[in-house]
Design a protein around this ligand. Structure first.
Ligand SMILES: NC(=O)c1ccc[n+]([C@@H]2O[C@H](COP(=O)([O-])OP(=O)(O)OC[C@H]3O[C@@H](n4cnc5c(N)ncnc54)[C@H](OP(=O)(O)O)[C@@H]3O)[C@@H](O)[C@H]2O)c1
Length: 261
């Protein structure tokens, strides 16, 4: 299987590097394109065994999966360019562009029968820990399983209705920034409590990682894990209640809802 990544910038490049680390794939199965030679050279330095070209048509001609990761406003132009080289009856087209629907893609491709996936990874794909949502058009169960398997190897993949893509983006793509902001805030508390900044951040990073691992491992509701650390009349419940007096839960819910247009 060969995968062409058209537009291997921040997101496309991170996806390419993650795919190269997937147990079921090898670096040499991936070919990346960019607009400029300098971007391609930077990519080649990091992943020398991948294939690289500035020729989008050459890249897609031999690919089984064509993953489009250019900016949304360039998608039409790039699809126009590669359309003559595509073999849509045997290829899967994946778009990671924000705001471009499956129907939009089918229209750009001038093909109502094309197998198209819309994929929303988050930036943690860089460390094989992406929460990735996808929906599809005309895909067989086998093709959905293939995409599920690849992106499960790069973190956790979830198939959703297209109507949930925006909500998934708010939770996982915007949510990663929210989690970072919590880490920054708790780090500042740590400094005020007497730790050096680097120590405080390390403590908070491992604490957040540990919290997520506990929930993933035990499958418990967060409140069940919270119960384990809140003694009656103890310090944790005092701190938690203080957070809620300041509107913690409400702020998080409002923040996520604000990410939906
Ligand atoms: N799901 C998410 O969490 C998420 C997050 C961010 C972005 N995205 C999506 O990912 C896409 C890319 O965003 P980004 O932030 O990664 O942008 P980016 O860093 O600017 O990368 C875009 C890449 O496309 C290349 N490119 C531009 N025109 C091209 C052409 N005609 N042929 C081939 N390559 C071309 C650029 O090459 P040069 O470097 O040579 O200019 C660059 O490498 C967007 O559609 C965005 O909506 C999704």
């Amino acid at each position: 299987m060969r995968i062409a990544i058209i537009g291997a910038g921040n997101m496309g490049g991170a996806i390419a590097r993650a795919l190269a680390k997937c147990p079921s794939l090898k670096e040499a199965q991936i070919i990346c394109t960019t607009k400029s030679q300098s971007s391609l050279d930077r990519l080649r330095e990091r992943t020398p065994h991948m294939h690289f070209t500035l020729d989008n048509c050459a890249a897609v001609a031999s690919a089984d999966i064509v993953l489009l990761a250019v900016k949304p406003w360039l998608m039409q132009e790039v699809v126009e360019q590669i359309r003559p080289a595509l073999k849509l009856e045997q290829q899967i087209v994946i778009s990671v562009a924000a705001g471009i629907s499956l129907d939009d893609m089918a229209q750009m491709l001038h093909n109502d029968k094309a197998t198209i996936f819309r994929l929303i990874p988050n930036t943690a794909i860089e460390v094989m820990c992406s929460m990735t949502f996808f929906c599809s058009r005309n895909a067989t169960e086998e093709q959905k399983q293939l995409i599920m398997q690849i992106f499960n190897e790069a973190g956790c993949a979830m198939a959703v209705e297209e109507s949930k893509i925006e909500a998934g983006t708010a939770l996982a793509s915007c949510g990663i920034a929210f989690a970072m902001r919590y880490i920054r805030a708790a780090g500042e508390a740590g400094v005020e409590l007497g730790f050096r900044a680097a120590e405080a951040h390390k403590i908070v990073e491992y604490t957040v990682k540990g919290a997520a691992e506990l929930l993933l491992h035990n499958g418990n509701h967060p409140e069940a894990e919270i119960d384990k650390v809140t003694t009656a009349g103890g310090i944790t419940i005092k701190g938690l209640n203080e957070l809620e007096h300041a509107g913690f839960t409400s702020a998080i819910v409002r923040g996520h809802k604000a990410c939906i247009k």
